[in-house]
Unconditional design. Structure first.
Ligand code: PRP
Length: 178
């Protein structure tokens, strides 16, 4: 285990097992549909690639980078588009792929934006859900794990751009971010 990690919350095997379950459900729900999966960079990359490998039907991938945090651990409440989508979502079923939902500010903005661009449907899949921190209610169709309000890193999740490439999700030692 990395020296900055207090404890492991989900190991790699547990993460991949849960992702396979989500992918099976998504495959059943969208069979025959024109699904576009949109990864919210950068944290969602690891989840997106593992999830899509297990979805058993054709899927289009696209990427969007939005930010409301900067280098801080507290949401600014203002969402900025850093990189927009490459393809139109008009008349497509869209699944937004996120690593974690916290206040809900980022995803609320993204979902509204995709609806305004006339997507046929917009749903959310998130690996982690910090319900206790929610400020804006969101309808989350697929969720990997509900987690308590502790700072977690790994499997795409960072602190100041570090720890994203840890293969597990763990609690960061408190003295490193407080
Ligand atoms: C994280 C996460 C979500 C957002 C969730 O991204 O990937 O996009 O915060 O927080 P919210 O529900 O409070 O809006 P971050 O801005 O840290 O960017 P990153 O994925 O590049 O690390």
């Amino acid at each position: 285990m990395h020296k900055d990690i207090e404890a492991i919350l989900f190991d790699e095997e547990t993460i991949l097992k849960r992702i396979a379950e989500l992918a099976k459900q998504i495959t059943e729900d969208y069979k025959g549909e024109n699904l576009t999966c949109i990864c919210i960079l950068k944290g969602g990359v690891f989840f997106m690639t593992d999830l899509l490998k297990k979805i058993d039907m054709p899927v289009m991938m696209d990427f969007m980078d939005v930010s409301s945090y900067g280098a801080s651990t507290i949401s600014s409440g203002q969402v900025r588009i850093i990189k927009d989508l490459e393809h139109s979502v008009k008349d497509r079923d869209v699944l937004v792929v996120e690593d974690i939902i916290d206040t809900g500010i980022t995803l609320n903005y993204v979902v509204d934006l995709l609806k305004s661009r006339e997507a046929k449907s917009v749903e959310i899949v998130t690996l982690l859900n910090k319900k206790d921190r929610r400020e804006i209610e969101l309808d989350i169709k697929y969720c990997g794990f509900d987690i308590p309000d502790y700072f977690v890193v790994g499997y795409g999740l960072d602190f100041d751009e570090k720890y994203r490439n840890l293969p597990y999700i763990g609690y960061l030692k408190e003295e490193l971010y407080k």
